[in-house]
Design a protein around this ligand. Structure first.
Ligand SMILES: Nc1ncnc2c1ncn2[C@@H]1O[C@H](COP(=O)(O)OP(=O)(O)OP(=O)(O)O)[C@@H](O)[C@H]1O
Ligand SMILES: [Mg+2]
Length: 311
């Protein structure tokens, strides 16, 4: 199915820790699936709560949660597996040009590759590569990505551009070494391998810019508003489309003086958040006295979010 610019294939839900990203992602994913779209919900939070919210065990391989809805929790172990499979052989080849890899015993070779593969930027790049592959596999109409708290996600979104800059510099450094090395070993050139990695970063970057949109989840509270402002600025800087905003835990119809008080405090921050949205779709999710867990409660929230966000 075709998605216009206002309705991208991948929707990322992001925002400060604890604002309701996982709840809102789960609700929207369930409702997208109910409306007939094949949907995959991914969580990249290191301590995922998707299983708790759906009240079903999920794990790091894709599993079905019922009609048209699949889910996966991306673990560090899955990222490392992926890295070893996809990029491990390239690294092995490069390292072989620099050190005597064959002289190491098998265990040491594995340890070395594990160590390199879990380096922070490679972990993030591999996670994006995995997500973009899942999204591009055409098995799904929509991908809902429940991201880790804001700071970590913003670093992640800038990673392909960062890696590309870094590799482009490296590729030039290695050209000289390649000229000598190729004559002796006949191996693939290091700069050639790096060019391939640059291509992989460009593919991820293109997907994020062309097929993805961000939904900012926020609560009407001072600290959340402050961080929401930074997120909007950073998304603009990274040229990631902001689709809209969910203002979660909004107090409506208070039945006690303390809730009335809280509602008054929220009003000011609601105005700030509406201003920040600058006319983009804004969905309001009221503060719920009951936990939003399990399919029934999620569907109710999802219907509202989908309609108000126009996803
Ligand atoms: N509208 C709401 N009313 C009341 N409680 C809510 C609402 N939305 C979410 N919650 C509760 O707030 C808590 C945090 O929600 P959730 O796990 O979705 O946030 P998160 O942003 O994903 O958190 P984290 O940053 O830790 O991943 C949960 O206990 C959830 O049930
Ligand atoms: Mg979460």
């Amino acid at each position: 199915m075709e998605n216009g610019p206002a309705c991208r294939a991948m929707v990322m839900f992001g925002g400060k820790g604890g604002v309701g990203k996982t709840t809102c992602s789960a609700a929207v994913a369930l409702q997208l699936a109910s409306s007939g779209q094949r949907t995959l919900i991914i969580t990249s939070d290191a301590t995922p709560s998707l299983s708790d919210i759906f009240e079903e065990e999920i794990g790091d391989t894709i599993r079905s949660l019922g009609d048209r809805l699949d889910a996966v929790e991306i673990s560090d172990a899955a990222i490392l597996r992926r890295w070893k499979e996809k990029f491990g052989p390239d690294f092995y080849e490069i390292l072989s040009c620099l050190v005597d890899m064959e002289g190491l015993d098998g265990e040491s070779r594995h340890q070395l590759l594990d160590y390199i593969g879990s380096a922070p930027s490679l972990r993030e790049e591999t996670m994006l590569d995995l997500i973009v592959d899942l999204a591009g596999a055409c098995a799904y109409d929509r991908i809902v990505w429940d991201t880790a708290p804001a700071g970590e996600t913003l670093n992640l979104l800038n990673m392909p551009a960062y890696i590309k800059r870094h590799l482009s510099a490296g590729s030039r450094v290695f050209e000289g070494l390649d000229r000598i090395g190729r004559k002796i070993t006949g191996r693939r050139s290091i700069s050639g391998i790096m060019e391939q990695w640059i291509g992989a970063s460009e593919r991820i970057s293109a997907y994020l810019h062309e097929n993805s949109a961000f939904v900012l989840v926020a609560n009407p509270e001072a600290l959340v508003v402050r961080q929401a402002r930074r997120v909007v600025e950073t998304l603009r800087e990274y040229r990631i489309t902001l689709h809209g905003m969910i203002i979660n835990r909004v107090i409506r119809n208070p039945d006690s003086p303390s809730l009335s008080n809280l509602m008054k405090i929220q009003e000011r921050y609601l105005t700030d958040l509406m201003g920040l949205a600058e006319g983009l779709p804004v969905a309001i999710l009221p503060f719920s006295l009951k936990e939003i867990r399990g399919k029934k409660a999620l569907k109710q929230a999802g219907k509202r979010l989908l309609a108000e966000l126009g996803l």
